[in-house]
Design a protein around this ligand. Structure first.
Ligand code: NAD
Length: 440
């Protein structure tokens, strides 16, 4: 199969590389010239474990290439995937679909033969029908089939998720045999290994993606709310998570209390889903509450840090370990650090941060922050250390050494990596976590 991938970001690049590894011929397109020039020289614009080797192999074997020229990629393609961004529209939380619709128009203008246009971007109900309308209107002389194929990969584990998905969802326009056959051919290598494929209509496929993300956001937010109550009543949220997660109906994933969800998907997708509910006169009250509670969770983290510092951070130095929204990615979009770090600065603190991959983005997004190469130098002379992202590098620190270098050894462990006993034994004067009892 010949595939054109429009948009070479986190999703487009991983999908393009993995499809080429299935044996398809893939051309990845992006408007960003620097990105494409870099990729042509083997430079990967994002941090995603394992992606560099897989990309290099498929380029070397002649199945994968990169271009800024959409026409060249669409020419002769059996399927054209749209994997452009769908960020929150400024002001109202709706998904901004302008990139998707612009891509659809460009694809229609470029098409030289009937093709299947597949939306991989996360898009609200009705978008694929609008894509179909744009294709028809732009090129009444050409036949297009449309499919919705939402992506469920997680940054940091994207290749594994793409190659071994829990399921593949394909939404079809009822009468499109071409789209169904094309999608079946593209994903055939997976079905040989018997990963489930859910064929459905366009609207249901669009809903599945938002409902899945909203459910996960609700689950995280639920345990974050339970964590706040645990602190009040003297319970330990880690034990509570384990105790409820072992129930097969609940499951243990997404039950880790922390500083609130962030990232490139959950915040914007919960907002867009809530807006869809409002638009159709069917408010999604659980989703709306989740958005509000998640904002409050981040604010609660700031209060926690202030309380641990004795009520004031004026003139104090705080070491922040981790700024990306989760480990194993360089993605900073809507990371909790973007709310928490400025709030600490506003309270008078000087911030020294360290992150294995987040510095490049963090330098733009977190003005006034000083950057260190390792956690020990970040904490040197600090009055507080905040564990904000649970990178492996921060999970097995020599706490004695860390505390030894600090002006006032206090720790806000917002990912529950350590525990009060460990912190006390290492010489910390004060320790607080999420949903557990601290001291000091
Ligand atoms: P991204 O911002 O990393 O990448 C989008 C890319 O599209 C950019 O490089 C941009 O330059 C390019 N682009 C925009 N318009 C273009 C055009 N007309 N022609 C060529 N290139 C164009 O975004 P992302 O994180 O990869 O997300 C893409 C979509 O996938 C979004 O809808 C997102 O919600 C969804 N998604 C993301 C993830 C994730 O973990 N990042 C997971 C599942 C789904």
């Amino acid at each position: 199969m010949k595939i054109a991938m429009i948009g070479t970001g986190y999703v487009g690049l991983v999908s393009g590389v993995c499809f080429s590894d299935f044996g398809h011929e893939v051309v990845c397109v992006d408007k960003h010239e620097g990105k494409i020039a870099g990729l042509r020289e083997g430079r990967i614009p994002i941090y995603e474990p394992g992606l560099d080797a897989l990309l290099a192999r498929n380029v070397a074997e002649g199945r994968l290439s990169f271009t800024t020229d959409l026409r060249e990629a669409v020419d002769g393609a059996d399927a054209v995937f749209i994997a452009v961004g769908t960020p929150s529209r400024r002001g109202d939380g709706h998904a901004d679909l302008s990139y998707v619709y612009a891509a659809a128009k460009e694809i229609a203008e470029a098409a030289t033969a009937p093709t299947t246009v597949v939306t991989k971007s996360t898009v609200p109900v009705g978008t694929n029908r609008e894509v179909a309308r744009i294709l028809r209107e732009t090129r009444p002389d050409m036949t297009f089939a449309v499919a919705s194929n939402p992506e469920f990969l997680r940054e940091g584990a994207a290749i594994e998720d793409f190659m071994k998905p829990d399921r593949v969802v394909v939404g079809l326009d009822g009468h499109s045999d071409l789209a169904r056959a094309t999608m079946a051919d593209i994903y055939k290598p997976l079905f040989l290994r018997e990963f489930p494929i859910v064929y459905t209509d366009l609207e249901s496929a669009e809903m599945i993606k938002y409902a899945a993300n909203a459910f996960l956001a609700i689950k995280i937010t639920f345990i974050n709310e339970v964590a706040a109550l645990c602190e009040k009543v003297g319970a330990d949220v880690k034990a509570v998570s384990k105790g409820i997660g072992l129930d097969g109906r609940i499951g243990s994933k997404f039950l880790h209390a922390g500083p609130g969800y962030g990232g490139s998907c959950f915040p914007k997708d919960t907002n867009a889903f809530a807006q869809t509910g409002q638009d159709f006169g069917q408010p999604l009250r659980l989703v709306e509450s989740t958005i509000t509670v998640n904002d409050a969770v981040k604010a609660r983290m700031v209060d926690k840090i202030l309380a641990l510092a004795g009520g004031s951070l004026q003139g104090k130095s705080v070491a922040v370990l981790g700024v990306t929204f989760k480990p194993n990615t360089d993605d900073m979009r809507d990371a909790p650090s973007l709310a928490i770090v400025p709030a600490l600065q506003a309270a008078g603190a000087t911030i020294r941060a360290v992150d294995p991959q987040g510095r490049r983005e963090g330098e733009h997004l977190l003005p006034g922050v000083q950057w260190s190469e390792d956690p020990y130098s970040a904490a040197e002379g600090a009055h507080m250390v905040v564990v904000l992202t649970e990178w492996n590098q921060f999970r097995a620190l020599d706490l004695k050494r860390l505390a030894g270098g600090m002006a006032e050894p206090r720790m806000a462990d917002l990912r529950n990596v350590y525990g009060p006993d460990e912190a006390r034994a290492a010489g910390f004067l004060a320790y607080d976590a999420v949903g557990r009892q601290g001291f000091g």
